[in-house]
Design a protein around this ligand. Structure first.
Ligand SMILES: Cc1cc2nc3c(=O)[nH]c(=O)nc-3n(C[C@H](O)[C@H](O)[C@H](O)COP(=O)(O)O)c2cc1C
Length: 367
């Protein structure tokens, strides 16, 4: 249970926005598995929403069971951000999240100092304009800062709380880190300590229930936001909840459960985007599921060219036959073919991740 402004969430577990992935089909797949307190759309350009662009509409497409839903906006023109938030409110969205990208980027380029405060003020004023225009909660998502020498998130969080945001999600890395290096739990904790009353939601590399607990324990954050961990284990929200309640780690979902879920995901992609586009979009989704299948070369090679529903069935039939060579007499993967434990950069118990968790490509300057 977590409260974000007037919004009461059933759990304190949120789905992080993953541009290109956190569309309606993926959200429905995850919601169907339970314990997801809040989902957020991919980032949406405020101007393109105001201009009623098809692409923006598709990004915010939803369904009565896709609730509560936050839409993430990005943009730097205060009037556009305000008007986009108002539109979203009239359409019944539960909350508006602001993609802060790295608000100090320009400042870093011109040398920081007082310029940084000017920028903070500008950001706070943009946010205030949005907060005053709508009744639904306005939240913000940010990184720790530009680099290790410019950790600005605590100060920004304070300014945003003063401007009226209802929650802050903090990815515990700097912009310079990209997706590499370690998630800095002390950095997240500094943001928690900087705000007065609003919930701070920790984010970054939560791939296991143990990592979730460690982040909660070491940062005191009110909630968790999970992105790539939901690719690896779509059941992660439920697993975290169970682990926090009982201390027991639920077993990994079986191969058959994963296949059934992946097939359901494809069905929804076809329903929402049509067969041709849905299959094309699924080409980059399926390999994420496959990472936990054990040997998957034969599947991945074919699925990245998927163009129809019927073809999916053929690929699957072929894959199941090919995969049988790696099974023992009970139909389980032989031990040396089983996928390894999931990595988390900040956990001493996890396998080291020298290059960080795999990250799909995209316009990462915004994340
Ligand atoms: C493919 C991809 C797309 C992302 N898109 C967004 C986005 O649209 N908005 C955003 O604020 N963050 C975005 N992020 C960042 C994630 O929300 C999250 O902060 C980051 O992946 C760390 O969390 P994780 O380790 O749980 O994935 C994206 C990350 C990835 C890998």
């Amino acid at each position: 249970m977590m409260r974000i402004g007037s919004l009461h969430l059933a759990t304190n577990l949120a789905l992080a926005p993953l541009a290109g992935y956190t569309n309606l089909p993926f959200r429905l797949v995850l919601r169907g598995l339970g314990s997801l307190g809040l989902a957020t759309t991919d980032l949406v350009n405020a101007r393109s929403l105001l201009e009623r662009r098809d692409k923006a509409f598709k990004l915010i497409e939803t369904h009565p069971s896709d609730t509560p839903l936050a839409v993430q906006l990005f943009g730097s023109v205060p009037e556009e951000m305000r008007d986009a938030a108002k539109l979203l409110e009239t359409w019944g969205v539960a909350a508006v999240d602001i993609n802060m990208g790295c608000p100090v980027r320009k400042v870093c380029q011109v040398g920081g100092g007082s310029a940084m405060l000017v920028d903070l003020k500008k950001t706070a004023s943009l946010v205030k304009g949005m907060v005053e225009a709508v009744k639904i909660p306005v939240t913000a998502k940010m990184r720790l800062g530009w680099d290790a020498d410019n950790i600005t998130a605590p100060e920004l969080a304070q300014a945003l709380e003063d401007a009226g945001v209802s929650a802050i999600t903090i990815h515990g890395r700097t912009r310079e880190q990209g997706f590499g290096g370690t998630v800095n739990l002390a950095g997240i904790r500094a943001v928690v300590q900087a705000v007065r009353a609003i919930p701070v939601i920790g984010n970054g590399d939560i791939t296991t229930p143990q990592a979730a607990k460690q982040m909660l324990d070491e940062t005191d954050c009110a909630g968790l936001s999970i992105g790539r961990g939901a690719f690896y284990n779509p059941w992660i929200f439920n697993h975290i909840r169970e682990y926090l309640a009982t201390g027991g780690v639920p077993p990994e979902p079986s191969f058959e459960e994963r296949i059934a879920l992946m097939s359901r995901h494809l069905e929804l992609m076809v329903e929402v985007f049509g067969e041709s586009q849905g299959c094309r979009m699924f080409r980059k989704v399926a390999p994420w599921y496959a990472r936990r299948f054990g040997p998957n070369k034969e599947f991945t090679r074919q699925v990245v060219r998927l163009s129809s529903r019927a073809e999916y069935d053929e690929i699957m039939a072929h894959y199941l036959e090919w995969r049988s060579q790696f099974l023992d007499e009970n139909g389980c993967l032989k031990p040396n073919f089983q996928p390894g434990p999931l990595a988390t950069s900040f956990s001493p118990l996890a396998a080291p991740v020298p290059k960080g968790l795999p990250t799909p490509g995209g316009p990462s300057e915004y994340w």
